[in-house]
Every structure is written in C-alpha cells, then in structure tokens.
Design a protein around this ligand. Structure first.
Ligand code: ATP
Length: 278
C-alpha cells in the first residue's frame, strides 16, 4: 500500500479552549497508483486529512504510513494542491514551476515547465507574476507546478473549486490523462459528486464531523463517464442519498434543531435541490 491510515484521530482546540474532534478512527488504505476521491459534508475534516497525509499537521492518535514508514513531515514525494494557489509572489509563472522541479538540467527544467504551462493554457502568461493573474489562472499554475514535480503522490484539496466550468472540465480531463500515463497516486478532495465519479477509481464517503468513513465505492464504470450514462446517474443519486443525512446534521448544528424538523416535514426523499454538489 502506498498510503495507510490506521485508526487516525485528530482533535483541535477552538478559541474558547474547547476540543473539536475533526477525525475519528479513520482506517484507509490507498494503493500505489490509485485515484481516490474523498467526499463529505463541508467542515467534516477532509482538508485535515489531506494535511495529515501531506505531513503538514500531525495525528492526535493512530498513524499514517507512506510506503510503510510513518509520515512526520512534508516531503517531495507528496505534492499538494490546495483550494487556493500558494505561489511565490516574487517569481514568474515559469520560475514558480521550475523551482518545484527537482531533477534535470536548466534546459530540461525549462522545457518541462513550459510543457505544463501549455497544458494549463498559460503560455501567454509564462513571464507574468502572480499578482498579474486571476484567481483561476493562479490555480492553474499551482496545478501545473504539482504535475511537473516527480512526486509519486498528488494530494489535491478541491483544486478545481475556484475555476470556471470550462477550465474545470479541461483540467479534469488533463488530470485523468496524466494520471493514466504516470500512474501517480492521487488523493482528491471534492464537493462535486459528479467530479468524483468522473475522475476516481474509488470514492470514500465521510460522515459529518468528526469524519468517519461511512461508505466506499469502487467505480468500475467504463470511461469516459458522461453524466447521462445510466450507471453514473444512478451512482450519483445513491451517493447523494447517503450524504443527505450527513448534510442535514451539519446544517442542523449550524442553524439549530428546527432545521431537522422542517427538513423531515418537507422531504419527500428527493435530493434534487442539492444538485450534484454537496
Ligand atoms: N487549525 C485548526 N484549529 C481549530 N479547528 C480546526 C483547525 N483546522 C480545522 N479545524 C476544524 O476541524 C473541522 C474540519 O475542518 P476541515 O477544514 O478539515 O473540513 P473540510 O471537510 O475540509 O471542510 P470544507 O469541505 O468546507 O473545506 C472544522 O470544524 C474546522 O473548524
């Protein structure tokens, strides 16, 4: 196994000193080369899990192994793409990407950086600084940078959330293509059920906080998985039904118990109002 989480728990302390349990006894094994999507209600602990696997934070109890060794720190073997791009503001687009490439001559690094810049359609902006780019363009640089590293693991925390639909679809297809030929291990957090079904080999569903694994789906649907495919639509509906109850718990905690009563009264079992995102 590439990544193994064993009985992982994570607790935080809020500003009033109260304990917040974000993760509860999560067991999860991710094989080398696997593409796994993590789905769950907002605030359930998905980013926390990514940060733990990245080595940016440490578990409260349990352990996380990468290639059999405990993860203690961030490492070049695990590239991370966050919800918002974290670029060096003093470096241009091409310099930001070259900086992340570990091996090769200067020429090889430049060629590789250019290849990924083209891939995310930023050729005209290769010498621009981050302040000269839109939020979506910065995110495309961050994705190109992560792809350009030789890291065998890509940890992606809602990487496409800030992008327009067209760019999102283009990058989903590119990510899939890159994953298929590099066989990197990808751990991908998303709120978008369809995105998870389109991309992943396996979807792991989490409960509302503290995050526990409530269900796993191995997705055998042949690619490309278009939304109007019967199996895709059926799986989407099934996942939505599972998550609906978790989402209602989240909303109830935020706006009060009366929400649950209202939801129970108005619910006819349809998940339509939530679309394919959670
Ligand atoms: N550093 C921290 N200190 C205190 N509490 C934290 C910290 N980081 C996360 N939390 C809490 O842990 C819980 C899980 O947060 P996390 O960001 O992992 O959720 P998420 O599932 O990624 O949410 P979203 O989908 O909205 O991005 C939340 O209640 C959050 O407030």
């Amino acid at each position: 196994m590439s990544i193994e989480l064993k009985q992982v728990e994570k607790c935080f302390t809020d500003n009033s000193g109260n304990a917040i349990q974000a993760i509860d006894k999560v067991d999860l094994s991710i094989a080398n080369g696997e593409f796994v999507a993590l789905l769950g209600p907002s605030g359930c602990g998905k980013s926390t899990l990514i940060n733990l696997i990245a080595g940016l934070d440490s578990v409260s109890t349990g352990e996380i192994l990468f290639q059999g060794k405990p993860i203690c720190n961030p490492g070049a073997d695990r590239a991370v793409v966050f919800q918002e791009a974290a670029l060096f503001p003093w470096l241009t687009v091409i310099e930001n990407i070259k900086f992340a490439i570990q091996s090769g001559t200067r020429r090889e690094k430049a060629d590789k950086a250019l290849y990924y810049i083209n891939l995310v359609h930023l050729n005209k902006f290769k010498h621009a600084y981050p302040y000269q780019l839109s939020g979506g363009m910065k995110q495309r640089v961050a994705i190109a940078r992560a792809l350009a590293t030789d890291s065998p693991v890509l940890l992606m925390d809602e990487p496409f959330a800030a992008l327009d639909e067209q760019t999102r679809m283009m990058l989903q297809a590119e990510l899939l293509r890159i994953w298929q030929y590099t066989k990197k291990t990808v751990v991908f957090v998303t709120h978008h059920i369809r995105e998870a079904i389109y991309l992943a080999e396996r979807i792991v569903l989490f409960s509302y906080r503290p995050a526990r694994v409530i269900k796993e789906y191995s997705i055998g649907i042949p690619r490309p998985r278009v939304p109007d495919n019967f199996d895709v639509a059926q799986l989407e509906a099934e996942i939505l039904a599972h998550l609906k109850i978790e989402m209602e718990k989240a909303v109830a905690e935020e706006i009060g118990e009366e929400y649950l009563l209202e939801a129970a009264a108005s619910s006819s079992g349809s998940g339509d109002r939530m679309g394919s995102s959670i």
